[in-house]
Design a protein around this ligand. Structure first.
Ligand code: NAP
Length: 286
């Protein structure tokens, strides 16, 4: 099978590395010739181009641009594709993207591999990024079943765990476990920057270890990604932030009232609940 990848950044290039290793033919499209050359040299694509001509011969196109550019890219490539070509994307928000992109291409299938890194760009690409991670596919009622099956088959080849749900359910679920964490994590870093005593601020930076590394990681990532999450999933991000603020208020009250029993129950509940979201890991030093 031959695939096209438009946007050779972290996700697009990581896909290319895996798909080529699996024996797919990979045609890359980037905005700059220099990116195409780098992608070929890094083994990310078989061939790269700054125009869409090469997409004529592919079975499936992955649009891996920033969220704002996904639907316009689908519109731009549509005249070059054969009618049977499946187009999918990897955007972190689905409702706005899927509605608009499906309008431009009826065989569009929304997708979101739940895998990423703090770094962006082609140089950060790594093989096996999607293995063992959820890969969410978000068809509309009218999305052709064979197109959905094709994207699911490729995701399965990547050793990802395939899930299907509506774009709305996706956006609500990822607000909790992906978009809200970015907002909380960035707020944590912002709060630390508010320490008025410079000597204490410096000590905090020197003392920061694994606990801070874990909790600040997504807040210290690609700013464009967080901005797009907030802009394109605004309602769900606001809803989750509202609930989160209620929890912060409750926590503040417990500590102010020195209600150590209730605080202990609160922390026991979160300790028990965490494995429902992420598998237990080996204990690490705080
Ligand atoms: P990235 O590393 O910044 O790569 C984005 C790529 O898109 C770059 O190659 C860039 O090309 C290209 N691009 C930027 N603006 C464009 C435009 N207007 N038109 C065409 N191409 C454009 O970002 P990424 O992390 O791979 O994210 C790409 C997509 O994956 C996003 O939709 C994001 O929501 C989704 N996603 C990200 C993660 C994550 O954790 N990073 C996880 C899952 C899904 P140039 O090299 O020319 O600038």
């Amino acid at each position: 099978m031959k695939v096209g990848i438009v946007g050779l950044g972290l996700i697009g290039a990581s896909l290319g590395l895996d798909l080529r290793r699996l024996g797919y033919g990979v045609v890359g499209v980037a905005r700059r010739q220099d990116t195409c050359r780098q992608a070929v040299a890094a083994g990310v694509v078989d061939s790269g181009s700054t125009d869409f001509e090469g997409l004529k011969a592919v079975d499936c196109v992955f649009v891996c641009t920033p969220i704002a550019a996904i639907a316009p890219t689908v519109a731009a490539i549509a005249p070059y594709l054969s009618p049977e070509t499946v187009v999918t994307d990897v955007g972190s928000v689905k409702q706005a993207v899927v509605q608009s992109a499906s309008h431009h291409w009826p065989r569009f299938v929304g997708g979101h591999p739940m895998a990423g890194k703090t770094q962006a760009g082609l140089a950060a690409a790594e093989p096996g990024l999607f293995a063992g991670r959820a890969y969410v596919i978000t068809p509309l009622d009218q999305t052709p079943k064979d197109a959905v099956a094709q994207v699911a088959a490729i995701a399965t080849d990547l050793k990802a765990e395939v899930h299907h749900c509506s774009p709305e359910a996706h956006d609500r679920a990822v607000a909790w476990i992906s978009h809200l964490p970015v907002m909380i994590s960035s707020s944590l870093i912002q709060a630390c920057l508010r320490e008025p005593d410079q000597a204490v601020a410096t000590l905090a930076q020197q003392f920061a270890s694994s606990g801070f590394r874990d909790t600040s990681r997504v807040g210290g990532g690609n700013p464009e990604l967080g901005l797009m999450m907030a802009r394109y999933n605004q309602l769900e991000v606001l809803r989750s932030l509202h609930h989160y603020r209620q929890q912060i208020d409750q926590l503040t009250t417990l500590i102010s009232n020195e209600d150590w029993t209730a605080l202990s129950q609160w922390l026991e509940q979160t300790q028990q609940a965490r494995p429902n979201f992420v598998p237990p890991e080996a204990p690490s030093p705080q």
